[in-house]
Design a protein around this ligand. Structure first.
Ligand code: SME
Length: 137
């Protein structure tokens, strides 16, 4: 039964469900703080493989969220100068930090092939998803 699933298996299901359910969620993944290092490490994801398994704090949208502890909504990735491109198809991105006991331990990262697709509702929804994920970590 589902009680025997590991945290990684559950997170994979979350990625798969989000990516297949929301038409403008083309790549859905979780990055987590890599031990004591000032960097993020890619966890589970759904979508095309990415070269960016490790992202230093401060670099790209993800690295900035690791430092700011704030949601980062990017309606147009071409307008960002501190941005790490994963695919030429990506037009927009949203990154929402994941807190466990008040600590920023990672984030959900979503890439979209649609222009300017993310609203406040996505932020509220993804904050809720992260709270549920934090409970299983
Ligand atoms: N675009 C991200 C890098 C991660 S890929 O989107 C999966 C960034 O700028 O941090």
């Amino acid at each position: 039964g589902k009680d025997s699933l590991t945290a990684d298996e559950r997170i994979q299901k979350v990625c798969d469900l989000l990516q297949t359910s929301v038409p403008y969620y083309d790549w859905v993944g979780f990055y987590f703080k890599n031990g004591d290092k000032e960097e993020l490490k890619l966890g589970k994801y759904a979508g095309e493989p990415t070269d960016h398994e490790i992202i230093p704090f401060g670099k790209g949208i993800c690295g900035q969220v690791a430092v700011s502890n704030k949601n980062f909504v990017v309606p147009d990735v071409k307008a960002q100068n501190n941005y790490i491109a994963c695919s030429i198809h990506v037009k927009a991105e949203i990154v929402v930090p994941l807190f466990k006991n008040g600590e920023n331990i990672g984030q959900i990262d979503i890439d979209s092939h649609t222009e300017d697709p993310f609203s406040h509702e996505d932020e509220v929804f993804l904050e809720w998803v992260n709270e549920r994920v934090a409970e299983i970590l």
